[in-house]
Design a protein around this ligand. Structure first.
Ligand code: 13P
Length: 252
């Protein structure tokens, strides 16, 4: 991390729709065994909902690993079959909740307004929302990247108020990099991160903005060296303790 940064680096593992209870135990044990050398970075793991209680209990053994959820309901409580509320997640020991991941926007047609509502509920439940934003390959090719990012960030600001943005993490995850093996260059990511910070105005300097999209051990260091990249949201490379810890160490 660049020395000029006063924001604590944060590395978040998004395990997506993967694993069994045994896999969760093995992965957390592997992270614990290789933990040496991770002092400065905050580390968060986001398993599937059904593994959250287990992960929260097991991660307690490693004081530096926090647990987050991959999504929450846009409703507080009531007749919403299959939903899991922000309050329930907090009750299980979660400290973070990812909202607006591109896979939720794409496969579940979540709108900016629904995402803003989830963001607000995560706040109300005294957890930290991780707001994902990012453009499609077509939008990038058409030169619309910054316009798309502005729309997504502004929807959260307008829906929740700028004060609440001060306690959130923004994840820039370009769709053309998520799960494709293609990592944005440090310069491409830095341009968007700097823009997001500007959109946040006065509070921008305090908000951690992380990059996600095919982050690997060999690309992490150069990404984290950029002034506005405060960490990473890691998918595939976080399913292996060794590569995940290497990424965490790169943020030191
Ligand atoms: P990959 O690291 O597998 O590209 O996934 C990124 C992501 O979507 C994290 O939320």
């Amino acid at each position: 991390m660049a020395d000029s940064k006063h924001r604590r680096p944060i590395i978040i593992a998004n395990w997506k729709l993967n694993g069994t209870q045994a896999f969760v135990s093995d992965l957390l044990t592997g992270i614990h065994q290789q933990w040496g050398g991770v002092h400065k970075a905050e580390v968060v793991v986001c398993p599937a909902h059904v593994h959250l209680a287990q992960a929260a209990n097991e991660a307690l053994a490693y004081s530096n690993v926090a647990v987050g959820a991959q999504d929450c309901s846009q409703f507080e409580e009531g007749a919403y079959t299959g939903d899991v509320s922000a309050e329930m997640l907090h009750d299980l020991g979660c400290q973070y909740v990812i909202v607006g991941h591109s896979e939720r926007r794409r496969f579940h047609h979540e709108s900016d307004a629904q995402i803003a509502r989830k963001f607000d509920l995560v706040h109300q439940a005294v957890m930290t929302p991780i707001l994902c934003v990012g453009e499609s390959p077509e939008q990038r090719q058409a030169g619309k990247t910054l316009a798309v990012i502005k729309r997504q960030v502004t929807a959260a600001i307008e829906g929740c108020g700028i004060e609440k943005m001060a306690r959130c993490i923004v994840a820039y995850e370009p769709l053309w990099a998520v799960g494709t093996g293609i990592t944005a260059t440090p310069e491409q990511a830095q341009e968007v991160h700097e823009f997001i910070r500007t959109l946040l105005g006065d509070i921008g300097q305090c908000v951690r903005i992380v990059y996600g999209g095919s982050v690997k051990p060999d690309s992490a260091q150069t990404l984290f060296a950029m002034p506005d990249i405060d960490g990473a949201l890691v998918g595939k490379a976080a399913l292996d303790a060794d590569s995940f810890i290497q990424i965490c160490r790169a943020a030191e």
